[in-house]
Write a protein that binds this ligand. Sequence first.
Ligand code: ADP
Ligand code: 5GP
Length: 196
Amino acid sequence: MSRGKSFIISGPSGVGKSTILTELMKKRDLYFSVSATTRDPRPGEENGVHYHFIDRETFQKWIENGEFLEHAEFVGNCYGTPKRYVDEAMEQGRDVILDIEVQGAEQVIALRPETVRIYIAPPNWEELERRLTSRGTDSPEKIRQRLERAQEEYKTAHAYDYFVINDSIENAVRELDSIMTAEHCKPAERYAQLAD
Ligand code: ADP
Ligand code: 5GP
């Protein structure tokens, strides 16, 4: 059995990453890496499912114990990817999804350059603001900070391997699904399969 692949999904807060990943996971077997964060849960978010919600002191301990593959600060909170579960899932041959922002993505690429990076963009900035507002989970000030951060991050999106525009959920899911399929058609993996 070949090792699973890892895919980084980045894109502005509110662009629809969680929404399209939820749909994609109905079509493909994917391990969603559950990050740790110091931010408060949103209504409907469950500890251990959407995030591991931990305090700053615990976050610091996890850093010191080398538990994170990467970690970064985003709009006043800390976010990090616990390494162990990612590695276990890949060993089991499962593809792994890392929903992380661009600083974390750079750290992962420095360590594991084979990771595939996919950037999810909104059709336009007005629509992004509308989605962030209609989600109803952030204060106007937090929305402003998230939009500012989105415009900053957008400047680095050209470094990603793929660029998907989330105009409709259906299109975005189809493109993500196709990208992942294509990544499994690379010669190295196919030769290994034939040699099994
Ligand atoms: P993210 O995980 O990127 O922060 P969410 O998945 O929480 O974003 O989506 C933010 C909001 O945008 C949600 O209310 C969601 O229902 C909505 N949304 C997601 N994709 C689309 C789309 N293609 N068209 C319209 N609304 C969308
Ligand atoms: P949110 O608070 O909207 O759930 O996430 C805010 C941002 O943090 C998003 O861009 C999301 O991709 C990113 N993020 C979530 N988990 C991680 C993580 O483990 N590491 C990093 N670097 N970013 C993360």
